[in-house]
Design a protein around this ligand. Structure first.
Ligand code: G6P
Length: 562
C-alpha cells in the first residue's frame, strides 16, 4: 500500500492479471491474429478529429485491451485527467496546477486557479500577440533605424525552443516566405554565430523565450545577441541598454521577451511592455501554444495560429469526454505500457513520413522523456516498474536506409508510430506532388513488412539458396501504430501534439509519477556553475572527483591556459 492509500501498481490485481495474460498469450503472432479476425484492420482503428489511428498491428487481443483499460480504471487515470482539466494542483512536487489545456480553451470557458478564471488572461495575451505579429508582418513595426523587420531570431532552450522550432518547420508551407526565422538554443557560441552571421541587425528582431528567465544558456545568448545588435546599430558606442545609455531605444525595437518572470525580464533590460506573459501552470514542454509560440505566430499569422489551437482543442475535448473504449490518447498510452512493462521494450520510435516533421521526434523527446523519465513515484517511493521509454526516430524514408535494419532483424522489440498524410502540401509542383505516392507506398510497405515479415518458406519459394534463407527471413511481429491524416495543416499539428501530450499524461498517471516536474535536470546545472571557474580562471574547485579534475587540467592545457 502507498502512503497515498493506493496499492502499489505492481501489486494490483489488474497488473497481475496483465502479467498472467502476457504469459498465456506467449508469442502471439500478428499473422495469426489477422487470419483469425478478417475485420481486424477496421475493427482496431479509431478516429479523432482528422486523425485516423490504426492500432491493428499490435500484439494485442480484445482481452489485452480490456485488461489494460481495467488497469487504467484501477489507477484512476480519468480521475486525474478531470483534476487536471479542473485546474487542481496535480503537479504535487511543485504545488502547481497543470493547465496547458487552458491555453486553447474558448473565450467563454471558465477555468479557475485559486478562485480566479484564467481564460480571459489567456485570450488577452493571445490578442496582444496577434496585434504584435500583425504589426511585424505588415511592416508597421520597424527596427531602430526605421527599416522593417525581416528576420526573427528566437533565443530559448528546451521547451522555449523545441516547440516553436518544430512547429515552424512543420508549418513551413504556411509561413511568410519573405521573412527569415532562426532558432538559437545552444550555449555554444557557434549557434548564435551561424544564426545571425548573414542577417542585417537593423532588420532583426530577437525573441528571448524563457519561462523562468534564469536559464543560463538563454540569458548568455541573449546578452551576446544584444551586444551584436548594439555594436552594429550604435556603432559600438554603447553596449548598454540602461536608461539614458542610448542602447535602450534600440533594444526596445529589437528585443521582446516571452516569460512568466517580469522582474528578470526588466533586469535584463527589456521593457515589460515588450513582454508576452504566460503562467507557472504551463510546463515548459507544454508551452509552445502559449506566448512561447510568438515566433511561430509571426511566421504563420494569427489566424493560422488560432486554427492550430482549435486542433489542440479537438483532441482535448476527445480525451476529456470519450469513453475508455474509444479514447485514443488512453489507448496509445496503454499500448506503451503493454510493451514497456510487459514485453521489456526499452524504446519507442516515432517515424514521420513527412519532411516537414523533421523536428517532431526531437520535440516529443522532451515532452515524453522529461515528463516520464522518473524513478520516484508521487508517493515519494521508488517505483518497482519501468517508466518512460527512450523516444527516438527521424523522418522516413531516410530511416529505412539507415537504422530500420535493426527494427526488422535486430534483437530488440521497438514499438513504433508511423505518421503520414494523404495529400502533399499544396505549394509543391505537380511533379513533386506525384512523388507523394511513392513516399506513402514506402510508409505502408514498412508497417506491413514489420508486422507480417517473410517466412523461410516464402524465402525458399523465391529460389534463395539454403544458406541465405535465415538471413533473408523476416520474423515480423514488430508492432506499429499508424496515424494517418488528410493533410498537414495547423489544426492537424495541434491535434497531433495534443494526442502525444495526453498519451504521456496517461502513462504518468498509471505509473503514479509526477509527469510535470523535472528535478532530474537540476544537478547538472549546479555542477556546471561550480566547474566553470576552474575552466576559465583555473580556480581550485573543492570536491572534484579524480576523473573530472584530470579532464579539467587536460582541457586547460589544450585550450592553451596554464
Ligand atoms: O524556459 P526556461 O525557463 O528558460 O527553461 C528552459 C528549459 O530548461 C529547463 O532546464 C528544463 O529542463 C526545461 O523543462 C525547460 O523547458
Amino acid at each position: 500500500m502507498n502512503a497515498d492509500g493506493r496499492t502499489r501498481l505492481n501489486q494490483t490485481p489488474e497488473w497481475t492479471a496483465l502479467a498472467k495474460h502476457r504469459e498465456e498469450l506467449g508469442e502471439v503472432r500478428l499473422r495469426e491474429l489477422f487470419a483469425a479476425e478478417p475485420g481486424r484492420g477496421t475493427a482496431y482503428a479509431l478516429r479523432v478529429g482528422d486523425l485516423y489511428v490504426d492500432y491493428s498491428k499490435h500484439l494485442v487481443t480484445d482481452d489485452t485491451l480490456r485488461l489494460l483499460r481495467e488497469l487504467a480504471a484501477a489507477t484512476d487515470v480519468f480521475g486525474l485527467r478531470d483534476a487536471m482539466f479542473r485546474g487542481e494542483k496535480i503537479n504535487t512536487t511543485e504545488d502547481r496546477p497543470v493547465l496547458h489545456t487552458a491555453l486553447r480553451a474558448p473565450r467563454d470557458a471558465v477555468i479557475e486557479v485559486d478562485g480566479e478564471n484564467v481564460v480571459p488572461g489567456v485570450h488577452a495575451v493571445l490578442d496582444r500577440m496577434a496585434g504584435f505579429a500583425d504589426r511585424v508582418r505588415s511592416g508597421a513595426w520597424t527596427g531602430h533605424t526605421g527599416k522593417r523587420i525581416r528576420n526573427v531570431v528566437n533565443i530559448g532552450i528546451g521547451g522555449s525552443d523545441l516547440g516553436p522550432a518544430m512547429a515552424y518547420e512543420v508549418l513551413r508551407a504556411y509561413t511568410d516566405r519573405s521573412m527569415t526565422f532562426r532558432f538559437v538554443s545552444n550555449v555554444d557560441g557557434a549557434d548564435l554565430h551561424e544564426a545571425v552571421r548573414d542577417l542585417d541587425p537593423a532588420e532583426t528582431l530577437f525573441i528571448v523565450a524563457s519561462k523562468t528567465f534564469t536559464t543560463i544558456e538563454t540569458v548568455t545568448n541573449a546578452t551576446s545577441a544584444r551586444g551584436w545588435l548594439l555594436d552594429a546599430l550604435d556603432g559600438g558606442t554603447s553596449r548598454s541598454s540602461e536608461v539614458g545609455s542610448g542602447g535602450e531605444a534600440a533594444v526596445a525595437k529589437h528585443f521582446v521577451a516571452l516569460s512568466t518572470n517580469a522582474e528578470k525580464v526588466a533586469d535584463f533590460g527589456i521593457d515589460v511592455d515588450n513582454m508576452f506573459e504566460f503562467w507557472d501552470w504551463v510546463g515548459g514542454r507544454y508551452s509552445y501554444d502559449s506566448a512561447i509560440g510568438l515566433s511561430l505566430m509571426i511566421a504563420i499569422g494569427p489566424d493560422r495560429f488560432r486554427e492550430m489551437l482549435d486542433g489542440f482543442r479537438i483532441v482535448d475535448e476527445h480525451f476529456r469526454t470519450a469513453p475508455a473504449e474509444s479514447n485514443v490518447p488512453l489507448l496509445l498510452g496503454l499500448l506503451g505500457i503493454w510493451y514497456g512493462n510487459f514485453h521489456d521494450a526499452q524504446s519507442h520510435a516515432v517515424l514521420p513520413y513527412s519532411h516537414y516533421l523533421s523536428k517532431f521526434t526531437a520535440y516529443l523527446q522532451q515532452l515524453d522523456m522529461e515528463s516520464n523519465g522518473k524513478y520516484v513515484g508521487r508517493d515519494g517511493r521508488e517505483v518497482e516498474w519501468q517508466t518512460g521509454p527512450v523516444v527516438w526516430g527521424t523522418p522516413g524514408t531516410n530511416g529505412q536506409h539507415a537504422y530500420y535494419q535493426l527494427i526488422h532483424q535486430g534483437t530488440k522489440l521497438i514499438p513504433a508510430d508511423f505518421i503520414g498524410f494523404a495529400r502533399p502540401v499544396a505549394e509543391l509542383s505537380e511533379e513533386l506532388k506525384a512523388q507523394h505516392d511513392l513516399l506513402m507506398a514506402n510508409f505502408f510497405a514498412q508497417t506491413q513488412a514489420l508486422a507480417f515479415g517473410k517466412t523461410p518458406q516464402e524465402v525458399r519459394a523465391e529460389g534463395v539458396p539454403d544458406e541465405l534463407v535465415p538471413h533473408k527471413t523476416f520474423q515480423g511481429n514488430h508492432p506499429t501504430t499508424t496515424i494517418l491524416a488528410p493533410e498537414l495543416t495547423p489544426s492537424v499539428l495541434g491535434q497531433l501534439v495534443a494526442l502525444y501530450e495526453h498519451k504521456v499524461f496517461v502513462q504518468g498517471a498509471v505509473w503514479n509519477i509526477d509527469s510535470f516536474d523535472q528535478w532530474g535536470v537540476e544537478l547538472g546545472k549546479v555542477l556546471a556553475k561550480r566547474v566553470e571557474p576552474a575552466l576559465t580562471e583555473g580556480a581550485e574547485v573543492e570536491g572534484l572527483d579524480a576523473s573530472t579534475e584530470a579532464l579539467v587540467a587536460t582541457y586547460r592545457e589544450l585550450r592553451g591556459r596554464q
